[in-house]
Design a protein around this ligand. Structure first.
Ligand SMILES: [Zn+2]
Length: 488
């Protein structure tokens, strides 16, 4: 394997030498172990070299670097891509590479080719730096570098977000927060007039570094500089991390004022509603919450009952939740049991749903509740989400969803739930059923009369002071005294 690798890289090196007169491509800096973010100017080295450290791929990782000649799919003269032992990940890499090649293609490009320039490894993560070559209609050739980062353990493509937990900035408010972070942290280290260029999103991409990621800026994008590498560590960015509400608002439902994690005698409850939004029943619930100034948490499926991406009324329901300081969480896109779908499908279910939620209401969720409460061990998105189980679901046989056709205005269900609810409960109900909403209203009215306060899940668990670490928040003390935590 090593010999194949060496031969392949020699071939690449030869090709790079051929092309280096066409484009000034510098090798990026190697992984940076420092914890403080710094800006580093690359040295003025005119030749392309491959850092030896990037070639030391561990045998035990079953990592194979393969080179493919004249890959038709890439329409190229020559192309190369890495392959892992994970066939699924290989497909993800290929898809990602193809996306990048397409997005970088000049309008007059006639053909494209691809090479791997470097590999960066930190533990199970690998970043591949590619060079895309485009033959242009005037006979010239353009070279465009880009990166694809992967995690071989979780079998995922890493985004900058899930690498350094910038995910909440990658959509929506990215334009607001990434520049804010960069400007603040690099202001003292770089000429003031170059800061706007640093904060503009003109990166070649990023590669994995210990404890974070290194952003790479193309030559000439920041003043008259060479290519720049900017390390961002997770610790440094953490203070900018969004925690469940749009950051431009005061995070009213997270700051929660004086809320402390529930003590034994503190009457606080987090009402949570899954599987919606549910149209008229959800609207009725929101009416009640608004009239009584009660905050709840909604775990949304973009495509289950709702049709979030295509329905303005469904989107309006989410917007209304946010406006009422309710919390919006992720319950997967279409509600499959995660034990029955592949790791890749789980990732899609989580990430696609989050994107649609953000598109609908401006909030990128940071709470995840698995459909059916079936949390799996292989949770590639564990860095981005707090996993929220529930503690009260009505008991055995009187769960709200089982009783949706009771026809008694929710009385039976409400009585069952009230038997279990106590200080600190996380109550599971479903706002897609009229009977459940009726029961929820009875429950909340009753609890209110008992002196209970209603808080969001983040407030109940004091999540603003925590970082997602794979913990599944649940309880052993009420009706749901087990956890569905399966192999996977
Ligand atoms: Zn559900």
């Amino acid at each position: 394997m090593k010999r194949t690798l060496r031969n392949g890289l020699c071939l690449i090196l030869a090709i790079l030498c051929l092309f280096c007169c066409f484009a000034c491509v510098k090798e990026p800096e190697g992984p940076d172990d420092s914890t403080d973010p710094t800006i580093q100017q690359t040295e003025q080295t005119p030749t392309i070299t491959l850092a030896a450290s990037t070639l030391q791929l561990p045998e035990e990782s079953a990592f194979i670097l393969s080179f493919f000649e004249a890959d038709e799919k890439l329409g190229g003269i020559k192309s190369a891509r890495p392959t892992s032992a994970n066939a699924y990940l290989n497909d993800l890499i290929l898809d990602q590479v193809q996306l990048q090649i397409n997005s970088l293609a000049p309008s007059d490009s006639k053909a494209a080719a691809l090479d791997v320039l470097a590999v960066y490894q930190v533990e199970s993560t690998y970043s591949f730096e590619f060079l895309a070559y485009y033959d242009l209609s005037d006979g010239s050739r353009k070279v465009a570098p880009f990166f694809v980062s992967t995690d071989f353990t979780s079998g995922t493509i890493l985004t900058l977000g899930n690498r350094i937990r910038l995910s909440n900035f990658e959509n929506g408010n990215a334009n607001e927060y990434v520049p804010a972070y960069l400007a603040e942290h690099f202001a003292g280290q770089y000429q003031a007039d170059l800061i706007p260029a640093i904060t503009a999103d003109q990166r070649d991409g990023f590669y994995v570094s210990a404890g974070g990621a290194t952003l790479v800026y193309p030559a000439g994008s920041i003043g008259n500089t060479d290519r720049l590498s900017v390390y961002i560590g997770d610790a440094a960015i953490s203070q900018y991390r969004r925690t469940g509400t749009t950051p431009t608002e005061a995070p009213a439902d997270l700051s929660g004022g004086d809320y402390q994690p529930a003590g034994e005698n503190e009457k606080v409850v987090a009402m949570t509603f899954d599987d919606g939004p549910g149209g008229a029943s959800t609207a009725r619930l929101l009416d009640y919450l608004e009239q009584n100034n009660i905050k709840a948490t909604f775990f949304i499926n973009a495509r289950n009952v709702a049709n979030l991406e295509n329905s303005a009324s469904d989107q309006a329901l989410l917007q209304r939740m946010v406006s009422l300081n309710c919390e919006v969480g992720n319950h997967s896109y279409s509600h499959p049991y995660f034990s029955k779908i592949s790791v890749s499908d789980r990732i899609y279910q989580v990430e696609h749903n989050a994107e649609l939620i953000e598109a609908a209401c401006g909030v990128y969720p940071n709470l995840f509740r698995a459909p059916g409460g079936i949390f799996m061990k292989n949770q590639a998105y564990a860095d981005d989400y707090f996993f929220i189980d529930w503690t009260v679901d009505g008991g055995s046989g009187t769960e709200d969803w089982r009783c949706k056709n009771d026809g008694d205005g929710g009385v039976h269900v409400a009585n069952a739930y009230l038997n279990y609810i106590g200080p600190g409960s996380i109550v599971l109900m479903h706002d897609i059923y009229e009977n459940s909403v009726s029961a929820a209203i009875i429950i909340m009215s009753n609890l209110k009369a008992q002196g209970y306060r209603f808080v969001t899940v983040s407030e109940l668990l004091d999540l603003k002071n925590k970082v997602p670490d794979g913990t599944i928040y649940t309880s052993q003390t009420t009706s749901r005294n087990y956890m569905s935590y399966e192999q996977g």
